[in-house]
Unconditional design. Structure first.
Lengths: 102, 206
């Protein structure tokens, strides 16, 4: 267990996909595009974590390191088969859940 | 924020975070342009993508004139005589980079001319999206070099999606992040989506 002070700072990006997609497909697409654009080193540094319990078929939340927010937004824009839009970025999960319901 | 390089009229601009847009198409003659102008309402600007120099004179009074991936000679003529509002596709030259610099049409001489005649450089996100593998890496590096030269020589930059179909539209947040990844700061990235576009819009209203 790591002390809160030593943990890396994070941001939660809320994104929206046009049309219904299942969770596994969406996760695979985002990971694949991250590896293509950022490489293994960049993908590791970004520290991407998906939150499956908050995925509703169209909207979801990704956790990413605070310095790699721009990189992840560009990765979402580079996905070819689906139109993915990053709606908002927050620092806390509570606010992210509230924004997802809007 | 404005998206200054789409190829069609759409009602989804607000979903993508944009206030307005400029529809850019190729036209054969002025009559086609005027007919298309009547169909669009005042929310949109109508731009012309030219291929030859004589078209620049024919469409002199258009809202917005741009040229995509010109040859060296045509590019130099446009800069010397100020025949267009912007140039795009400067990073799409065929062939690989040189040993000491990346191969693009933009250098310190052409950048100074662009700055003098207020001709903007357009960076289209879809050029990067459609490329794959090694070619995408080459384009990315050239965009970085071009952006650096433009910032140094004070050339106006426009970032746009370059969408030709509805599923190619890009959200404004992605374009802002794209600008910041090209080593612009936040203010410069936001300016690429607003400054030049508002000047062209005001010019049209006059």
């Amino acid at each position: 267990m790591i002390e809160p002070v030593l943990r890396e700072k994070k941001r939660y990006i809320i994104f929206k996909i046009e049309g219904r997609v299942d969770y596994e497909t969406m996760k695979e697409k985002i990971f694949k595009e991250t590896f293509t654009f950022l490489g293994q080193k960049g993908a590791g540094e970004a520290g991407i974590i998906f939150l499956p319990e908050l995925w509703n078929g169209r909207r979801g939340i990704i956790r990413v390191k605070h310095k790699m927010v721009n990189e992840l937004k560009v990765v979402l824009g580079l996905i070819k088969d689906y139109n993915v839009k990053p709606i908002n970025t927050t620092g806390t999960l509570k606010k992210a859940k509230r924004l997802m319901e809007k | 924020m404005y998206d200054f390089s789409i190829g069609f009229k759409t009602e989804k601009l607000k979903d993508y975070g944009f206030k307005g847009a400029c529809v850019v198409k190729e036209f054969r003659n002025k009559q086609d342009y005027d007919a298309c102008r009547l169909e669009l309402n005042d929310e949109y600007l109508l731009g012309v993508r030219i291929n030859e120099l004589r078209q620049a004179r024919e469409f002199k009074n258009a809202d917005y004139i741009t040229i995509n991936n010109p040859s060296e000679k045509v590019f130099r003529r446009i800069l010397d005589n100020s025949l267009a509002d912007s140039v795009s596709g400067l990073e799409l030259i065929k062939g690989f980079d040189r040993l000491h610099y990346r191969k693009t049409l933009l250098n310190q001489v052409t950048a100074k001319l662009m700055s003098k005649h207020r001709i903007s450089m357009v960076l289209e996100f879809n050029n990067l999206k459609k490329a794959g593998g090694l070619w995408r890496a080459v384009i990315w590096g050239r965009m970085l070099q071009n952006t650096w030269i433009c910032i140094k020589k004070k050339v106006p930059i426009i970032i746009a999606s370059g969408a030709r179909k509805e599923n190619e539209l890009i959200h404004s947040e992605v374009l802002l992040a794209f600008g910041q990844l090209l080593r612009m700061n936040k203010g410069q990235a936001k300016k690429t989506l607003t400054y030049v576009q508002e000047k062209i819009k005001n010019r049209r209203q006059l």
